[in-house]
Write a protein that binds this ligand. Structure first.
Ligand SMILES: Cc1cc2nc3c(=O)[nH]c(=O)nc-3n(C[C@H](O)[C@H](O)[C@H](O)COP(=O)(O)O)c2cc1C
Length: 178
């Protein structure tokens, strides 16, 4: 394949991460939701997820002080809400109200689940050693909810600069994991 040099500032666009998620937090009685795409799995069980949250975001302090959140996984149907929650701050806006999102009580944490999302993972921050340097929180998923009726969830994947990829069909390949 003939390749050309690619700017280092855009490398993140090549390593396409998992689905864009809606991260909910709750602090001092105020629920908030922010769009997040820089995350990765770290461990199978207990499930550990690393999430990068900038300290410029209102969600940062909520996550750092309450050490709780819900990682909600939307499908492409929520594209407008996903972009909206990623371009407004909870400092001044109730994003649940503004974007018509329905909150549901979680069972293990104070942050709410988003009813319109395909899956919701209740989580607790278990490692903050890289927060100062990278804004990286390690979160243990303590309860997971999923709409099992959705067999092929069409999740959104961020490719940078307003470009998204929508997950499509699934393929079954040989694997030692049954
Ligand atoms: C598609 C998309 C992905 C984003 N991913 C992240 C991310 O991984 N980490 C982050 O800190 N901000 C990310 N943002 C930006 C935040 O969602 C944005 O700054 C938001 O306004 C923060 O809300 P808050 O101030 O209410 O916390 C993303 C935004 C969009 C639109």
């Amino acid at each position: 394949m003939p390749k050309r040099s690619f700017p280092l500032s855009r490398v993140y666009r090549l390593l396409e991460p998992g689905p864009v998620v809606l991260l909910t937090t709750s602090r001092k009685g105020r629920d908030n939701v922010m769009t997040q795409s820089w995350h990765t799995m770290l461990e199978f069980e207990p499930p550990l997820v690393a999430m990068v949250v900038s300290n410029r975001n209102y969600s940062f302090d909520a996550l750092r002080t309450t050490r709780e959140c819900v990682i909600n996984v939307p499908t492409a149907k929520l594209a407008k809400e996903i972009v909206g929650c990623g371009n407004t701050s909870g400092r001044k806006t109730d994003k649940f109200e503004r974007f018509g999102l329905t909150r549901k009580s979680a069972s293990e944490v104070a942050a709410p689940l988003i009813d319109e999302c395909w899956a919701s993972l209740e989580g607790r921050v278990v490692d903050t050693r890289m927060v100062e340097k990278y804004g990286l929180f390690v979160i243990e998923v303590v309860k997971a909810w999923v709409d099992a009726s959705l067999k092929n969830p069409r999740t959104l994947h961020h490719r940078g600069m307003g470009l998204f990829m929508i997950a499509g069909e699934s393929v079954k390949l040989p694997s030692r994991m049954k």
